[in-house]
Design a protein around this ligand. Structure first.
Ligand code: NIG
Ligand code: FE
Length: 423
């Protein structure tokens, strides 16, 4: 059955079917006291209740044919896209977190074979069924915060079987629960322990043995790499991305997280859909990014958890970059999927406006996951992926700091979550 949401206090949405840059990120389209009509999972109409009634009579329809949702006192936004996560993994690393609190360094722990490698061992040890069960619970946690689309990465296998296992889990989750899952192949998350000191051989293994299976079974949309000192170097990344393009995988990259080492230029050479992290990005690379269509995906909760300086979001937007915000949810550097935290860090710490933060989590997040053509904004023709906040204005997203204000989540026109939020 189709749906009509009536008397919505405020609709706030960016507009468009691709990433918004610079100043454009700051201008949301605002509607007050409006209705949204959803037909066959898409947005069919947006306007006043009077106009909605006219639309219905012109189309010879009766409001009784629709599920009616009361939008009074609520603010409608596009569903959030979390465009950078590592949510399918085995095991946890609380002891590593404690080590870091005592002054331990993330990359030093990595060098000693902890960090990602610890999650690799734990993920290899879990069955597909176990990973599926945990993945489903984690998506449910994101859903209740208004996330309707999630990008998820492999990268805790680093061998053929486990990389494929992670990607298959995401494929099944995409088919069997309501949050869309966009899969990314991150075989180059680290050099597998078996290949220690033999990074070039490891990259050849990924290209020759794993990527053909990933692409052949259509298990990923993107290929990603953690290009970082002591992990994957630019030359290896280059080889990987050349192969990825031959297999029609689009490119994402973990760039300039700890060191600035040419990863942004690498991303631009391969038309990366997004370059992510960017804590250490240089002035020149900000300029280069701003002249490209590559989305700068910022992950402030990671900087927060690692106690590192935030990416220069203000400078990037003022330089006309397209910025997205994502959680980076993973068991190591950022064990948090928390959207309210993300918004508060972006606005209070990184000096983004709340409007820019909304754009960054909706349309630009969707662009970073390559799905802005059909989701990420409230516009006629787009999928009806809509959240209703239990408050009358989107500004409460930062004003009511760290509160999950999501009341109702609608995905492709179907109510998939009701938190019954009141304030
Ligand atoms: O995006 N930086 C590399 N990858 C993840 C962390 C992975 C981990 O620590 O398990 C990130 O921060
Ligand atoms: Fe990451």
């Amino acid at each position: 059955m189709d749906t009509i949401i009536t008397d919505i206090s405020m609709i706030a949405t960016p507009l468009g079917i691709s990433e918004l840059h610079g100043k454009a990120m700051n201008s949301l389209r605002i509607y007050k006291d409006c209705s949204i009509i959803i037909e066959e999972s898409r947005i069919a109409f947006i306007g006043s209740f009077g106009e909605a009634k006219k639309y219905l009579s012109e189309n010879k329809k009766n409001i009784k044919q629709y599920i009616q949702v009361d939008g009074r006192g609520k603010c409608a936004l596009p569903g959030f896209t979390d465009s950078h996560t590592h949510f399918v993994f085995g095991g946890y690393r609380p002891d590593e977190f404690m080590l870091r609190l005592e002054g331990g360094d993330y990359m030093e722990i990595h060098r000693r074979g902890g960090g990602i490698e610890a999650s690799v061992q734990a993920t290899r040890a879990e069955t597909e069924t176990e990973l599926y069960k945990k993945g489903k619970i984690r998506l449910e946690h994101m859903l209740r915060q208004g996330v309707t689309c999630v990008e998820g990465k492999s990268g805790y296998g680093l061998d053929l079987d486990t990389e494929i296992k992670q990607l298959k889990v995401m494929k099944k989750l995409n088919e069997n629960q309501p949050v869309s899952v966009i899969p990314t192949f991150l075989g180059a998350h680290s050099v597998a322990g078996e290949y220690r000191e033999r990074g070039d051989e490891y990259i050849d293994f990924i290209i020759n043995k794993v990527m053909p299976v990933v692409a052949g079974e259509r298990l990923a949309k993107f290929c990603d790499a953690f290009v970082e000192a002591g992990v994957i170097n630019v030359r290896q990344g280059e080889k990987l991305f050349q192969a990825a393009q031959r297999y029609n995988l689009k490119i994402k990259i973990h760039a300039d997280e700890m060191t600035s080492m040419g990863a942004v230029e690498l991303a631009l050479r391969y038309d990366a859909v997004s370059a992510d992290h960017l804590l250490m990005i240089s002035e020149e690379d900000i300029k280069r990014l701003s002249q490209s269509r590559t989305v700068a995906t910022l992950l402030p909760a990671t900087a927060f958890c690692l106690n590192k300086p935030y990416a220069p979001a203000r400078k990037m937007i003022d330089s006309n970059c397209a910025v997205a915000l994502a959680s980076d949810f993973n068991p190591g550097s950022c064990f948090s999927d928390n959207i309210p935290l993300l918004i508060s860090l972006a606005v209070i710490q990184m000096r983004m406006t709340i409007e820019e933060a909304v754009t960054a989590l909706t349309l630009n997040g969707a662009a970073a996951a390559d799905c802005a053509g059909y989701t990420g904004s409230i516009e006629v023709g787009k999928n009806a992926d809509i959240i209703l906040l239990g408050c009358p204005d989107y500004k409460y997203l930062v004003y009511y700091t760290m509160e999950n204000l999501v009341d109702t989540v609608i995905k492709k026109g179907v109510i998939i979550k009701e938190n019954h939020y009141e304030m």
